[in-house]
Design a protein around this ligand. Sequence first.
Ligand SMILES: NC(=O)c1ccc[n+]([C@@H]2O[C@H](COP(=O)([O-])OP(=O)(O)OC[C@H]3O[C@@H](n4cnc5c(N)ncnc54)[C@H](O)[C@@H]3O)[C@@H](O)[C@H]2O)c1
Length: 324
Amino acid sequence: MALTNKRIFITGGAGFIGSHLVSRLVDHNEVVVFDNLHRDALRFAHLEGHQNLTFVKGDVLDFAGVRKAIEGSQIVIHCAAIAGVYTVDRSAVRTMEVNMLGTHQVVKAALEVGVERFVEFSTSEVYGSFIHKGKEDDFTPIGPIGESRWVYAASKLASEHLSYAHYREDKLPLAIVRPFNVYGPRQVGDGAIRGMALQALRHLPITLYNDGTQIRSWCFVSDFCDGVLRCCENPAAVGHAFNIGNPQGTATNFELANLIIRLTNSKSEIVFKPHPGPEVELRVPAIDKAMTLLGYRPTVSLESGVSQAAAWYRDNYDAVAGKR
Ligand SMILES: NC(=O)c1ccc[n+]([C@@H]2O[C@H](COP(=O)([O-])OP(=O)(O)OC[C@H]3O[C@@H](n4cnc5c(N)ncnc54)[C@H](O)[C@@H]3O)[C@@H](O)[C@H]2O)c1
């Protein structure tokens, strides 16, 4: 059920996840990457000059630019966003603009073109600070204004509601993915595994917030992309939101740091400091909906995924360290 011979428009295709989707799709489809290069992970995919790849430098807030580049596309995968807790904290206005208003520009352009599928990237942050086996129709609490962490979740959730309204009213063939802590090679932006791996590789202290008992489910990027591609292909995905993650990759941050130290033969110490803002203490998805409707099955263990990620950070240390 692989996608072939489609024209696929990927916003944010130069980012971490987008670049992996491009790699998976470009040999058998025409891929248009639309990205303003706020981040550039695509350069690590070494696809320069690929005959099926077109790169358009542009901003999703620019409707005319999006409309021109999306022409002729059958599938839209909308990954472009301001992402990462620290990046969002530095630029809250930009986050609301890009993630909410920017998404709307891409939706409007997709409606004009009449695409077959529109896959929108939301976030697991919409479930708030404490969620165990969270399901897609659970409540999505948003923290108070003034706590900048929730700007990101609010921007994504508002966008989900707006796009869903277009699904209901204008037949936008929408599928929403809510990623749960995706990691792996080419994650150049904020990310706990990126940060810890870079510290471990230089035997520097690894800093954990509070007592390091925050719990996350880590999903390796190849498993995650598999879930996204199923949302692109499977007619059953339309009109739904899906948790895409790996509950079996669940660990505390303290366990994760120790795993990274072991896998990199590091001499790093673990140090603790107070978390400066609101924290997500527990976040584990239920993925039953994606398993049942889409046949999604994550397969990469945390140990295997972290060793692949750590090996990549070792090989690309100088290009990644200090940038996010
Ligand atoms: N990585 C995760 O664990 C995770 C978790 C939850 C949600 N997500 C979502 O998944 C998507 C991809 O995340 P990622 O980890 O690959 O992040 P990323 O930052 O690596 O990729 C985002 C891409 O969007 C581009 N971009 C930003 N603003 C833009 C604009 N105005 N116009 C055009 N392009 C723009 C960036 O240059 C970048 O290439 C995002 O929507 C993010 O919110 C990711």
